[in-house]
Design a binder for this molecule. Sequence first.
Ligand SMILES: [Zn+2]
Length: 249
Amino acid sequence: MALERPKFNVPSAAESKQFVDSNNRFLTLKDGDTVQLRFLPAAGDNPSIFFPVANHHGLKTQDNKKVALACLGVHGTVETGKRCLLCEASRYLKETDEELAKETRAQTRFYTQVLQAMFGTVGGKPVLKGWSGPKLIQWSGKAQGKLQAIADSMEKMGEPLFYDPDQGQALMVTRIGAKMDTEYMPERTGKIVGLDEIRPTWGDEFLTDINEAAGLNVASRELQLSYLRVSYPAIDWATALVAGEADED
Ligand SMILES: [Zn+2]
């Protein structure tokens, strides 16, 4: 008797990649990518679906790895306080090294929480297979403004907002360009559908603490100083920071 051969699942390369990507908490679009995103409501007590994140870049660890530290002015806690040493450092550097000042000053981005449409192919045509997420996607101020403009116009027209859990709709977003020339082009898909219908488990999966989900590195002033010393050993930070602090008023 011939052995019964099990049926093998042979996913396409695109499906395989999509599955791996779907397990990543962060969604990053590349130049030329077009995705369908369903925006989830605001998390925690944030009054907006846009969650501001301010990070200082241009720093490194002792073993020479790049590191971003949260700006205490925005993310400071009861323990760390709201006075950000890195903001003071950046202000000081403005006088001496414009480039370095730019590199170290806080950069504000906006996170949103989204579900991403997953597509397979049937008979050579793309078919929606489901929604993965929730994921965090980061927007520049300019991209955030475009998304906000869509919400503004929907509100003016008396339409349900695109991120309404029951009456919302996905947006199609295309990224063109890289680095400073990056453009995001969002547009409505026009298909109104409830979140419960497209992903019934979304309520349980919803990220309630974006700070934590985004892995923000909130370091004390003392720790900030030690990163500055490691990253820029040639600068006399003790003197520099007194000067930076004085500039504040
Ligand atoms: Zn700061």
